[in-house]
Ligand binder design. Structure first.
Ligand SMILES: *[C@@H]1O[C@H](CO)[C@@H](O)[C@H](O)[C@H]1NC(C)=O
Length: 278
């Protein structure tokens, strides 16, 4: 399985227009990321693993990069980076085959191919916290406001970075959840686990079998944040979530990021034709 490196980056705010400047420097190097995505917010916070690196010091993560190698980031980028964290994972080759064109089709779909919302948001299942991948009052109203902002990020495709650590002997349960996600509960809302990988190294430290650390990473695509919310708000999803996903995890986190937000920041009018049809 080819190794990929997932980076979270926090950029120096002293650089004018930090994200566009960073991307323009990146494009002047030979590094060609699979994913460049703007970090928007945490959906689920890690509770045990990597908390001091990911959450402490109030670091605001700006960018998620996924590189198809284990080569370090080009040195030309380092002066713009205030903090970085990385995790390396083996990704099945079939997922990486033809990735840029498959990803473009997910990010800018023919609007007629996007599933309609199921209606679950009209009478949502609400929980007191989003930590179990349920819709909380806070997340629900934040998503409403984010969708209504009129920005591309609030309407377009979203990329959720998931880190997963399984309880001993519980991985089979998570696989049941993954299968249901691909067949029904996720697919029904256009959900797609577009990158999944087995962790081999966390922030420079080699993973040992059974070390209780992060086991897998996944980048899940949804056609919009409302499709994600629709899933969380529904009975069919929560039934499987509570039976298989939640009890299989020793720790997890989900970071909401937007690849279309990066195209927007760069002023790229990707697939004008498709957009004008929206
Ligand atoms: C999401 O935003 C769009 C555009 O602003 C709006 O038409 C739509 O009603 C919003 N949906 C919800 C559920 O708020």
């Amino acid at each position: 399985m080819p190794l990929c490196t997932i980076y979270l980056l926090s950029l120096h705010t002293t650089t004018p227009n930090p994200i566009p400047t960073f991307i323009s420097t990146l494009q002047s190097t030979s590094t060609k990321p699979l994913i460049i995505s703007r970090v928007i917010r945490w959906i689920i916070l890690p509770t045990k693993l990597s908390t001091s690196s990911l959450l402490a010091q109030n670091i605001h993560w700006d960018l998620l990069l996924i590189l198809p190698s284990t080569a370090p980031l080009p040195s030309a980028l380092q002066p713009q980076i205030a903090h970085q964290w990385s995790i390396t994972a083996g990704i099945p080759s079939r997922l990486l085959q033809d990735f840029p064109s498959k990803n473009k089709a997910l990010l800018y779909p023919d609007p007629t191919s996007v599933p309609k919302l199921t209606g679950a948001l009209n009478d949502p299942k609400i929980a007191s916290s989003a930590q179990g991948l349920e819709l909380s009052p806070e997340l629900s109203s934040w998503i409403q406001a984010f969708n209504s902002s009129g920005e591309r990020e609030g309407q377009g495709a979203v990329s959720m970075l998931n880190l997963l650590s399984f309880l001993p002997d519980k991985k089979a349960d998570y696989l049941q959840y993954g299968a249901a996600f691909a067949e029904s509960i996720g697919a029904r809302r256009g959900g797609n686990a577009k990158i999944v990988g087995t962790v081999v190294e966390v922030d420079g430290v080699k993973k040992e079998e059974g070390d209780g650390g992060w086991d897998e990473i996944a980048l899940a695509h949804y056609p919009s944040i409302l499709h994600f919310a629709d899933m969380l708000a529904s009975e069919d999803y929560q039934e499987v979530n509570q039976r298989y996903r939640a009890p299989s995890l020793s720790d997890t986190c989900i970071l909401f990021t937007s690849e279309v937000g990066i195209d927007g920041l760069l002023g790229k009018e990707v697939d004008k034709d498709k957009e004008s049809k929206l």
